[in-house]
Structures are given as structure tokens and as C-alpha cells.
Write a protein that binds this ligand. Structure first.
Ligand code: BGC
Length: 736
């Protein structure tokens, strides 16, 4: 710790301001003076691990000759991805850094990036946390902080210092196969969860000298492609971009986020990687981002091959540089190095432009302390998957699952209840952990930690082995399976049935229909026909259509992609050991083709089967006494406080996420029917009441952007809403 303070202090002393007011680190400036053009371009190039391993996969079996070639000949400054044990990571990173520090002229450390998007998911022993969508249903940003802390602590001990997370895209289109990577549909929830990640990543983990650098992705407009398919074009009005898509990024920039990854797709007719409007005008100038802009994977290539927006790689590279990228995630080729060199030699790109990017990258390496401490700590791997972290994973899963329906069947308190557990994922760890777990598409079953309980194991542990019978069913249920199902259901008191999705990543998860497959629907019908109570569990990364299934079920739980603590968390909810407190961070569509967020326009009559913010508990909360400090305000910058009383009227303690909404009753640009203003989770004992206060400045809270991003606040009336309570507010500038 003491050593860390000294390093931070020395960095602070060494940082000075130049005349332009920008922070300049003298060592970086000295280094820049010594660097050749090739060395600078190398810093701007990121190469995949598969390029430098013996078998050309992501495993950590290093091909030292290739690493040496990358670092000493191409001067590569950065690598990405890879998967292996903690020990393999430490050895790999140590050797890569040794080559960079000892075998090169200038000894510049490399920076290694990884998609640790739900825990240290590319380290074999890492703790696997719920995916973001699930986590965001907790409506508790402190839990996002806990998730970030676990991820940072477990990542740092391997020597990896850069995580390509958090995702700051809003989850607007449930067809989009990366929906589960978002923190849901609301920009405020995405911002709060994202900021919590940044704060906990950027502090240095206690037992290492490193912090973890975050990467906000994917700037911007990735999550709402018109077709719903990954990386297909989005057409988003500028006003909507400013109002809903940009805020999580602008908040992260204000909080000091250091790196941002670009959206692979096109927005309003132009690939974002070539868009000076989005990258220069908005990201750099309007939002003031001074950190490193990273392309997504092979995206300069995609400008040619996917978008046909440049005739060849050279033109595409030119456009991306003009637009403002700093690092090209080139992955498996050194073309970027060669082409940029040519562009500079031909005078199309100035060396000054290359230097600007190199400076940002070297600054990042300095700020991380990589020059002083390039090597991973030794002997710190005990923290990987430790008990405390596993408990954290379970706690987050408990608070994130959402009880959508309950006709009184839950919790299953009677100790004699015979439970028949069936469905498609009951013996699988892979389904609970989802994609981005050890492998891009989620590793094969045998690679998931054996100590992680499956659903069957967790249910047996919770209720007693003798109370549980189970039948894992194939996705396509045949007659034999049906017969067995009926028989086993007949011997039980209650059926717990899992339905949902197998893991998928990016375009691999493209679907043309939100409906679940026929086999699963058939199983729910079968369960419904047994006359036994049915508890339906949804294990899925996006709201697949459950039309018809809800009516056939006595209770429904959204478990999302809950990670390694998912089994015990779910079992705890079913038994009542855990009182569910999650709420939906997205609207659950009532139809397969008609979907939209809760903040739709008044003329839209969007119907969800379960609305945003819906979630039941085993207790009841009663809201009363909603009031505001000023019901008429003149100065929109003056803080207003609102308060509300909440009472636990039930017989068990419970947590409630209090969601405060507002509505701008009349707007020249049509305003959403409601918007989240604030939220906070609180715990109440039976009979306990609390008065919660929330404060806000009307200008910040109620104003909305025009299509240039300029804020508008119109005089008139607003409504604050909590639960079923409402209170009016008026903005009048001509009162005394
Ligand atoms: C994804 C990014 C990810 C990158 C590196 C891309 O395919 O879009 O989110 O960070 O791969 O793995």
C-alpha cells in the first residue's frame, strides 16, 4: 500500500500542465521524442492472443517467436483476449512484459485487454457473476460496485489491467443478441450501474499495484439496430441519441473514464468508425473525452467488407484515423502498421496526428503504473474464486432475480413438499453462466467450476435430497420424455420448470422471433395439463415471449443469466430463505413483434406483459405521504426535495427498490409518458416504516435535449410519481 502511495505521489508530481492546459507527463514527452514512427504506430495496434499462441487459439500456450516478432519488429503496444488458469495468465503476462521491457530499445510495457464482462470470466478459477441485465434488476448500484470489485481484484492478480467493460449501451431492442450485456433499457440505470463499475475498477485492488482500467462500450447507438440483428444498421434520430443513448457515456466521461470502444455498426447511414460527427464532434468536442478511443474487433476491415464504405483497407484506415481512433483492434494482422506508415509517408496523415494517439496510450500506461510495475504480482492467486467472492456472486444473484407472478404458491415453506424439477438447464452450469465464460460462446460444460452447484444440486441442498425428483428434458421433447414427465409430475406436489435460452454471443444469437421454441412451449403445456401447481423459471438473456405460459403457471421467476451463485439463489427464493427483491430493468413484451421501452411517447400504446419496474416480494409495501418541498418553482437550478413514506405491511422483512418517475406533462417535442428520476433500494422489517428523501435540480432532471443536444426546459407542469402516488409541480418564471 505504502509503495502504491509513493508511486501515485511521484506520478502526481511528474504531471505538469503545458500552455494549452492539457496534462502532459514529462516521461511520456521524452519518450515521444525518442520514438520512431514505426514505434508510435505499433502502440496504436492491438493484436489478438490467437496470433501469438502455438495453436492459433486463445489458449495461453505462447509462441515466443511470434510474441517477439510482434513486439520487437512491429512494436505492438497492446494485446487482447485469451483464456486459461490464473497461473498460466501470470506466466504469459510476465513473459510478454519481459520481452517488451528487456528486448526492446525503449522498454515500453504492453497493455493487455480482456472482456471481463461478468467477473474474471476468462480466468479458469474466476468467480462468475450474473450478466449485466440480470444484475441491473437488483436496482442496487452498490451491487454493481461489488461486482466490479470482485472483477477488479481477480483480474489484477493475473496481470491483466484493461477490461472491455462496462457496456454502456441501453437495452432497447429485445431482439438484439447483446441485450443481456446491457444494464437494461433505462439510461439512468445504465449510468448509475456503469459509474459504480468505474469507481470500483479504478481504485487499486488491495493486494496488487494495479488498478483496472475500464472501457465504456460501444459508442454509440449499437443497441437498437432496425432488424434487431447484431451489427445491422441503426437509424436513430439525433434527438433520441442525445436523450437516451449518449447519457450513460457522457456520465462516464464526466467521471473520468479512460477508454471507449466504438460501435461496430452504422448509425444514420455511416459506420461509426468513420464518423467524424460521432467521434470528433460529439465524443471529443461536445462530451470532452480525452482518453483512448479503441476500435472494435477488425472494424477497420469491416468498413470495407461489411459496410462497403471504403474501397480498400488503406482508405478505410485513413477514414478511421480521420474520424479519431487511437487504437486499432487489428487482431490477426499487421496491415494497420504498414498502411498507417504509408499514409504518413504520403503526407495524407500527419505524424502529429499519430503522436496525439500515441501520447494518449502512453499516458494511460503511465497512469496505470505499468512502467514501474509491468509484471503481475506473484503468489496472489488465492483470491481467484475465493469463498468471499462466491458469496458475493450468490448475493448479487439473489437480489437480481425477479418474481414476476405468484398466486400464493411461493414460497414453498412446507417441509414435506415433493418437488419435481424439470426443464432444459437443470444439470447445467454452462446455461447459468452463459456466454463470455471461459470462451466467447460459453465454455463446454466440463470447463465450469465443479464447486458451482447446478440447479438440481442447489435444490437438493435447499430442500433435502429426498424432496427432489428431476428430469432434464431435451429442447425437443419426444413422446418418451413426455410420458416420463407425466409420471414424475404425478408423484410430486409441485412442478418447477425451467425454460429459456442456450448461451450465445453477438451475431450467433440473432433470432427472427422472440417466441421460445416449440419443445419448450410444449413442455409448459404438458406441465399445465397435469393439474399440479407449476413454477416457471426463465433462464434467458432477453425477454423471450412467454405468451400463454404465464396463464398456465402459478408463479414465474425471471432468473436471467445468474452466474455461479444462480442455483442457490433461486433455490433460496423458492424456499423463502431469500425474499425476492429484483424488479425488471426492461419491459417484458406482451407480443413478439410489438415492443418498446416504458418511456414511450403518449401516442404509442405499447403493451408489456410485465412492465419495467415490476417485481413481487413475499411481503407488501405501502407507499404514502408523497410530497415535494416546492410545488411551484421559479429557479430551475434550485434543489427540490421530495419525500415519501414506505411501510412494510407484511410479516417478513424485505427489500424494496423505490422507483421515482416524473412526467413532463406537455412538451413541444413530445415527452415520454414517464421517465425514471431516481431510485434507491431499502430494507424494511415487518411493520417498519421509513421516510425516504430524494433531491434533484429541475434543470438537470426535467430538461431534455434538442437534436443538437442543447437542453430545453419549458415552463409548465410536471408530475412526480412513485408507485400509484402522484404529486404535481409547476415551473413558472414570473412568480415572486
Ligand atoms: C465485441 C466487443 C469485444 C471485442 C473483443 C467484439 O466482437 O463486439 O464487445 O470487446 O470483441 O473481444
Amino acid at each position: 500500500m505504502k509503495r502504491l502511495h509513493l508511486i501515485l505521489l511521484s506520478i502526481l508530481i511528474l504531471v505538469s500542465c503545458d500552455r494549452a492546459g492539457k496534462d502532459r507527463i514529462p516521461q511520456v514527452e521524452d519518450l515521444l521524442k525518442k520514438m520512431t514512427l514505426e514505434e508510435k504506430i505499433g502502440q496504436m495496434t492491438q493484436i489478438c492472443f490467437s496470433t501469438i499462441t502455438l495453436d492459433g487459439t486463445k489458449t495461453l500456450h505462447m509462441d515466443t517467436a511470434k510474441v517477439r516478432e510482434a513486439i520487437t519488429e512491429y512494436h505492438i503496444g497492446s494485446f487482447l483476449s485469451g483464456t486459461g488458469s490464473g497461473k498460466e495468465w501470470v506466466d504469459f503476462v510476465t513473459e510478454v512484459q519481459r520481452i517488451a521491457m528487456k528486448e526492446t530499445r525503449l522498454g515500453i510495457p504492453v497493455i493487455l485487454g480482456i472482456d471481463h464482462v461478468h467477473g474474471a470470466n476468462y480466468v479458469d478459477e474466476g468467480t462468475i457473476l450474473p450478466h449485466n441485465l440480470t444484475l441491473s434488476c437488483s436496482f442496487d448500484s452498490a451491487l454493481a460496485g461489488l461486482a466490479a470489485e470482485v472483477t477488479a481484484d481477480e483480474t489484477a492478480v493475473t496481470g491483466l489491467v484493461w477490461s472491455f467493460s462496462p457496456v454502456l449501451d441501453i437495452g432497447k431492442n429485445p431482439y438484439w443478441p447483446r441485450f443481456y450485456e446491457t444494464f437494461g433499457e433505462d439510461p439512468l440505470v445504465c449510468s448509475r450501474m456503469g459509474l459504480s463499475y468505474l469507481k470500483h475498477y479504478d481504485r487499486s485492488p488491495s493486494d496488487s499495484l494495479y488498478g483496472l482500467v475500464s472501457c465504456g462500450k460501444h459508442f454509440v447507438g449499437y443497441s437498437d439496430p432496425k432488424t434487431g440483428w447484431d451489427r445491422t444498421p441503426a437509424e436513430i434520430p439525433e434527438q433520441i441519441l442525445w436523450e437516451f443513448f449518449i447519457p450513460p457515456f457522457s456520465d462516464a466521461i464526466n467521471e473520468g473514464i479512460k477508454t471507449i470502444m466504438v460501435n461496430s455498426g452504422e448509425v444514420n447511414g455511416q459506420p461509426v468508425h468513420t464518423s467524424e460527427w460521432l467521434l470528433q464532434e460529439i465524443l471529443r468536442s461536445r462530451l470532452g473525452f480525452e482518453g483512448v478511443i479503441l476500435t472494435d474487433i477488425k472494424d477497420i476491415q469491416k468498413i470495407v467488407e461489411m459496410h462497403a464504405a471504403a474501397k480498400d483497407l488503406k482508405e478505410a484506415t485513413f477514414l478511421a484515423l480521420e474520424a479519431g481512433i487511437d487504437i486499432s483492434m487489428s487482431c490477426d494482422a499487421y496491415d494497420f502498421c504498414r498502411i498507417v506508415q504509408e499514409l504518413v509517408e504520403e503526407g495524407r496523415i500527419s505524424e502529429k496526428r499519430i503522436e496525439e494517439s500515441t501520447r494518449r496510450i502512453l499516458n494511460l500506461k503511465y497512469e496505470l503504473g505499468l512502467f514501474e510495475n509491468p509484471y503481475p504480482p506473484q503468489n496472489s492467486l488465492d483470491i481467484l474464486g475465493c469463498k468471499e467472492h462466491r458469496q458475493a456472486a450468490e448475493k448479487i444473484a439473489e437480489e437480481s432475480m425477479v418474481l414476476l407472478k405468484n398466486n400464493g404458491i411461493l414460497p414453498l415453506r412446507d417441509p414435506g413438499t415433493r418437488i419435481f424439477l424439470s426443464g432444459f438447464a437443470i444439470n447445467s452450469r454452462r446455461m447459468l453462466n452463459g456466454a463470455w465464460t471461459h470462451e466467447w460462446m460459453g465454455a463446454a460444460e466440463e470447463r465450469h467450476a465443479k464447486h458451482m452447484p447446478t440447479l438440481v444440486e442447489a435444490m437438493m441442498e435447499e430442500f433435502g435430497k429426498e424432496q427432489i425428483t428431476n428430469l432434464e428434458t431435451p429442447v425437443a421433447v419426444d413422446e418418451v420424455a413426455k410420458k416420463q414427465f407425466r409420471q414424475m409430475a404425478g408423484d410430486a406436489d409441485v412442478i418447477v420448470l425451467t425454460v429459456g435460452e442456450e448461451p450465445y454471443s453477438e451475431f450467433k444469437g440473432n433470432i427472427g422471433d422472440l417466441s421460445l421454441d416449440e419443445g419448450q412451449k410444449e413442455l409448459v403445456r404438458l406441465a399445465g395439463s397435469t393439474n399440479k401447481p407449476v413454477i416457471l423459471i426463465l433462464i434467458e438473456g432477453r425477454p423471450r415471449s412467454i405468451n400463454g405460459m404465464v396463464d398456465q403457471s402459478d408463479a414465474v421467476v425471471f432468473a436471467g443469466i445468474p452466474g455461479s451463485g444462480g442455483g442457490p439463489a433461486l433455490a433460496g427464493i423458492l424456499s423463502g430463505r431469500v425474499n425476492p427483491s429484483g424488479k425488471l430493468s426492461f419491459s417484458y413484451p406482451g407480443q413478439v413483434g410489438h415492443y418498446g421501452p416504458y418511456y414511450h411517447k403518449p401516442s404509442d400504446r405499447y403493451i408489456s406483459i410485465f412492465p419495467f419496474g415490476h417485481g413481487l416480494s413475499y411481503t407488501n409495501f405501502e407507499y404514502s405521504d408523497l410530497s415535494v418541498s416546492d410545488s411551484i418553482f421559479k429557479d430551475p437550478d434550485r434543489e427540490i426535495t421530495l419525500s415519501v413514506r414506505i411501510l412494510n405491511t407484511g410479516s417478513v422483512k424485505g427489500k424494496e427498490a423505490v422507483l421515482v418517475y416524473f412526467r413532463d406533462n406537455v412538451g413541444r417535442l413530445t415527452r415520454p409518458v414517464k421517465q425514471l428520476l431516481d431510485f434507491r433500494k431499502t430494507e424494511l422489517l415487518p411493520g417498519e416504516d421509513k421516510t425516504l428523501e430524494f433531491s434533484f435540480r429541475p434543470y438537470n432532471a426535467f430538461s431534455y435535449p434538442d437534436r443538437k443536444g442543447n437542453k430545453i426546459l419549458e415552463q409548465g407542469s410536471f408530475t412526480i410519481m412513485i408507485d400509484s402516488l402522484e404529486v404535481p409541480l409547476h415551473f413558472k418564471q414570473d412568480i415572486n
